[in-house]
Design a protein around this ligand. Structure first.
Ligand code: SF4
Length: 361
């Protein structure tokens, strides 16, 4: 049934794409799904999908990893983090390499889990490097407010959350960029940043669409965007099945505003972007690991000759990198786009070179 729907949507795309159209697939999870379904080869020739900066591990600069590492090596600290971040290199070390040297680093799947570890280990300081995009901010804000409310003082966060809309705004301002639309993921639904995407659509005459991660969701999103583009409509369409109530939106917004404010922030491969990252307000500085340990998140970038910045800004795809599949593989990654499971190079490598296990449909 789903396969028949996907075939039907693909036929519709073949029918309606009658000129070159270039769409940025903002989110790393969408990019992975597109590779998994081998979609690029099945789409109309004139429909070009480029990758975007939506892999939070990929955009983490070396200077921020250095701060994570320095804090992880402090006495009585347990660093709790997502699996993907472990191997990302700073200028010298990664969390995985200092773990081998004796630092206590554990993998968890949510900030709430970090708080539970803090409750169960009152003699240790639990440090959570927060590395997601704006959609992760409400959950982290809620955990910090929860810790403050319960008087838990052995839990803190390294604030390295990034905001996609200002970064997309910076990329879109380049007249050579030539993008007709942004395919956005369900993730942006979780914070009321839909307004930011609506403004981007209007400002740059783009079609934008929020869609889920299943094949038919992505195809439905692409059909919707192509129709918008052909009609000259510039707006954000939300095709997501994940719907939040206005109360949930307001509560998320309120918690985020209570805990964070936006500052200029550096992105790996893309440079410093105005108001593109969150830091923790002074009133909650007990929960800010950088203040607690007096360690700055530096702007230092990696010296490796990696094309990640070019690929994450839609100016190329992994096969355009001379190291792809040669010097840079899943076993021996050079850049974070190959390290992270949501990295575009990792997705390309897995589904075109490594095992070729694309989904049948
Ligand atoms: S293939 Fe490797 S070196 Fe090339 S852009 Fe991707 S991660 Fe960087």
């Amino acid at each position: 049934m789903k396969e028949a729907l996907a075939q039907e949507l693909l036929r519709e795309l073949q029918h309606i794409v009658d000129r070159p159209i270039r769409i940025m697939v903002v989110c790393g999870t969408h990019n992975r799904a597109i590779m998994r379904y081998d979609l690029r080869r099945k789409l109309p020739e004139n429909l070009d999908l480029v990758a975007g900066p939506g892999c939070s591990v990929c955009v983490m600069p070396a200077g921020h990893i250095d701060a994570f590492v320095r804090i992880a090596m402090q006495p009585d600290v347990i660093t709790v983090t997502c699996d993907d971040l472990l191997q990302v290199p700073g200028t010298r070390d990664s969390l995985a390499s200092v773990q081998k040297k004796g630092a206590r680093v554990e993998v968890i799947s949510s900030p709430q889990e970090a708080l539970d570890i803090a409750i169960n280990n009152p003699d240790q300081i639990i440090v959570y490097p927060a590395v997601g995009f704006e959609a992760t901010a409400p959950g982290i804000a809620e955990t910090i407010l929860d810790a403050a409310c319960q008087g838990i003082d052995n839990f803190c966060v390294i604030p390295s959350i990034r905001l996609l809309p200002p970064t997309l705004d910076t990329l879109l301002a380049d007249p050579d960029w030539d993008i007709d639309g942004l395919l956005c993921s369900d993730h942006i639904n979780s914070l009321s940043d839909t307004e930011a995407y609506t403004s981007l659509a209007r400002k740059y005459n783009l079609s934008c669409c929020i869609a889920g991660f299943e094949l038919e969701d992505i195809l439905r999103g692409l059909v919707n965007m192509v129709k918008q583009i052909k009609k000259g409509v510039s707006q954000l369409e939300n095709l997501s099945s994940v719907i939040y109530s206005s109360e949930e939106y307001s509560m998320a917004k309120r918690m985020v505003a209570e805990v964070f404010f936006a500052v200029d922030t550096i992105w790996r491969g893309l440079g410093i972007i105005e108001e593109s990252g969150f830091v923790i307000r002074d009133e909650l500085s007990l929960y800010d690991a950088t203040k607690r340990f007096n360690i700055r998140l530096s702007d230092e970038q990696s010296q490796c000759q990696c094309f990640c910045g070019m690929i994450m800004s839609g100016r190329g795809l992994p096969p355009d990198c001379p190291d792809f599949g040669k010097g840079c593989t899943r076993k021996h990654p050079i850049g974070p786009c190959m390290l992270s499971s949501d990295g575009i190079c990792a997705s390309y490598f897995k589904y075109t070179l490594e095992d070729g296990t694309t989904a049948r449909w």
